[in-house]
Design a protein around this ligand. Structure first.
Ligand code: UP5
Ligand code: MG
Length: 189
């Protein structure tokens, strides 16, 4: 493509709503790069960064890491990327995150929001078995509370701007993908 201006889609939804699963499918079919803020933070812990302990404790407690840390990781990954179409998964999670990203001058094309009942998300997270420190019932309850109190207002903010594309995330992986595909077709041109 001819523009060098990065195009960004925020992929939001509660813990276990299927953000990572659908992002992988979009990457395979529409040439996006997937930037999961949670994955970047987990990689930062593994790298032995001085922030590692702080990040680990916050993730274990379901809390939102300060945007200073997360935005820096996102921008670094974007700078290293070979395409300019980005799925930013699991960020921004609160108003502080959102405002920090706005300061970069980048604006999301739209927000993909996976709407899923807590009972279904809980079932998926408890069945995931990837050894994540936050996939236990205590932390899951904390993550749900933070999602409702801090992240839903961000989704609502973009909804008021007409930018939120809400998707029913309770269907099968394939059905959800069929629903969201039309949103990405324009990016193939
Ligand atoms: N699954 C997926 N789709 C399914 C479907 N349609 N039907 C049946 N099962 C389905 O899916 C979860 C599980 O469900 C998987 O086993 C999958 O196979 C199955 P997944 O695609 O992994 O869901 P996802 O929404 O990505 O869930 P995840 O747990 O990753 O969401 P979170 O938002 O909780 O996790 P994230 O990694 O983004 O953040 C973790 C923590 O990092 C946060 O709690 C926070 O402490 C910290 N963080 C920040 O501080 N700041 C940030 O900006 C980002 C993260
Ligand atoms: Mg994920």
């Amino acid at each position: 493509n001819t523009s060098s201006r990065p195009r960004v889609v925020f992929v939001l939804g509660g813990p276990g709503s299927g953000k990572g699963t659908q992002c992988a499918k979009i990457v395979d079919n529409y040439g996006f790069i997937h930037l999961s803020a949670g994955d970047l933070l987990r990689a930062e812990i593994k790298s032995g960064s001085p922030n590692g302990n702080m990040i680990q404790n916050m993730i274990k407690d379901g809390k939102i890491v300060p945007s200073e840390v997360t935005v820096k990781l996102l921008l670094k990954a974007m700078n290293e990327a070979t395409t300019d179409k980005f799925l930013i998964d699991g960020f921004p999670r609160n108003e502080e995150n959102r405002l920090a990203f706005e300061k970069t001058g980048l604006e999301p094309e739209f927000i993909l929001y996976f709407d899923c009942p807590l009972t279904e998300m809980e079932k998926r997270l408890l069945g995931r078995n990837e050894g994540r420190v936050d996939d236990n019932i205590d932390t899951i309850r904390k993550r749900f509370k933070v999602f409702i109190e801090s992240s839903l207002p961000v989704i609502d903010h973009y909804d008021k701007l007409g930018k939120t594309r809400k998707v029913n995330a309770t269907k099968t992986r394939e059905e959800v993908f069929k629903t969201i595909e039309p949103l990405f077709k324009p990016f193939l041109e």
